[in-house]
Design a protein around this ligand. Structure first.
Ligand code: ADP
Length: 414
């Protein structure tokens, strides 16, 4: 089956086409036919497309909205010159899987999108006003382009964390605020966590129940999750993706009293303060230069800039502090897993995060760490009681696999 995987954002549409089915899943033989990205939707959009063997293509095109972006992608896919011979017409796309950010407390696993499921996703718009409306637009655009018969599946970022116990998901605010407004920790990056935990236990030949790890997803968004017996038992992101680690442009944890202080002193509304915390903070806010970790590391090599140095130090310290907190909370773990753009590609950041974790039994092997970029490997010394691993994430693959399993009614082994 050719599965179109979509991730619809406010001004972008990421897509991949993955050929997979139950046999291919069992044999780990799924095939990625193409991937691409439409950015700056709403004006002159930039479309980047990469096929299996072809060079990366980049074009600009006027694209009004998500529906127009999807139409553009589908027209390209079905065209002769796409370089994807498996897709000759739209009928060669067999199902569509969507990344959906928020599934609230209702969606504990991926779901075939019926009218009821769509209503459930819309009901979560209150919880994720920046994300879920775009996911809904993506689903409706598919219905429009392919007709109502196209099977669609929603894969939720929050689903993996619905196993959190109440002591981890409740905030210490009056309980009626949870009952009335569903204010609690939901956690995100769940599909990424589920994928790397699955790869880890496959590599180490463990059962799900034997999987006790802390996953550190360090990309533009960053989160840490405690996985005990294969299930998420605590995670750093909260009601929204703003809580927890220092991120590219998000603050992560801070004293909640600071919000009204910033509002008063800077003359900002609550929404404007939230936007500042989402877009002007983190690595960008501290360094004053960029949210891009790779650029910060390069700059620091060329000249010692105090604020860049601080941004990196604070980023690494917060991540290390969370490893300690989650180790205590989950009663110890066997491994720490690094993933996401920074986690997969930056030996330097991994080393800095893990320095002085000897007390917890973790010592990084400098050579293995330096040699590991964008590939699966153990990067700790042989005698480390707490191991460190790098496992590149692949959320799209898991979305494609869930799509197949959901429409065929197979249980989810991952
Ligand atoms: P997203 O969360 O948007 O999916 P990614 O997972 O791609 O983002 O992560 C993006 C981050 O990864 C950026 O900060 C980028 O600089 C960083 N990154 C990518 N490659 C490297 C590298 N070799 N060294 C350090 N940071 C890197």
């Amino acid at each position: 089956m050719n599965i179109l995987v979509l991730n619809a954002g406010s001004s972008s549409l990421k897509f991949q086409v993955i050929a997979t089915d139950l046999d291919r899943i069992r044999q780990d033989a799924d095939e990625r036919l193409c991937r691409g990205y439409v950015e700056r939707i709403g004006g002159e959009a930039i479309v980047t497309i990469q096929t299996r063997n072809g060079p990366r293509q980049k074009v600009t095109a006027p694209v009004r909205n998500i529906s127009a972006a999807l139409d553009y992608v589908l027209r390209w896919l079905a065209s002769e010159q796409s370089g994807v011979p498996e897709i000759r017409s739209l009928s060669d796309v067999h199902a569509v899987g969507h990344r959906v950010v928020h599934g609230g407390e209702v969606f504990r696993e991926s779901a075939v999108i019926t009218d009821d499921v769509l209503k459930g996703i819309e009901d979560c718009i209150d919880l994720a006003p920046l994300h879920n409306p775009n996911n809904v637009k993506g689903i409706l655009a598919v219905r429009q382009a392919f007709g109502p018969g196209m099977p669609q599946v929603a894969v939720f970022d929050t689903a993996f964390h619905t196993s959190l116990p109440a002591h981890a998901y409740l905030y210490a605010v009056p309980y009626h605020l949870y009952a009335r407004h569903r204010i609690r920790r939901y956690g995100f990056h769940g599909t990424s966590n589920r994928y790397v935990a699955y790869r880890y236990r496959t590599i180490r030949q463990l059962t799900k129940e034997q999987t006790n790890v802390i996953t550190l997803h360090l990309g533009n968004g960053c989160s840490a999750t405690a996985v005990r017996n294969g299930q998420s038992v605590d995670t750093s992101m909260g009601m929204t993706p703003l809580e927890g680690l220092v991120m590219g442009t998000r603050s992560g944890d801070l004293d909640p009293a600071i919000l009204s202080l910033i509002a008063t002193k800077e003359g900002l509304s609550p929404t404007e303060v939230e936007s500042l915390l989402n877009t002007q903070c983190g690595l960008l806010g501290i360094s004053g230069v960029t949210n891009d970790m790779r650029v910060l590391l390069q700059e620091l090599k060329q000249h010692d800039d105090r604020r860049i140095r601080l941004a990196i130090e604070i980023f690494c310290y917060r991540a290390r502090k969370y490893i300690g907190a989650l180790l205590a909370g989950m009663g110890g773990a066997d491994s720490v897993i690094f993933t996401g753009g920074i986690g997969e590609n930056s030996p330097e950041i991994r080393a800095r995060i893990c320095e002085s974790l000897g007390w917890a039994g973790l010592t990084i092997d400098a050579d293995k760490n330096a040699q590991t970029m964008g590939k699966e490997a153990c990067i700790s010394t042989a005698d480390s009681k707490l191991q460190a691993w790098v496992i590149p994430t692949d959320e799209e693959l898991l979305i494609a696999r869930d799509t197949v399993r959901c429409i065929l009614g197979e249980p989810h082994p991952t």
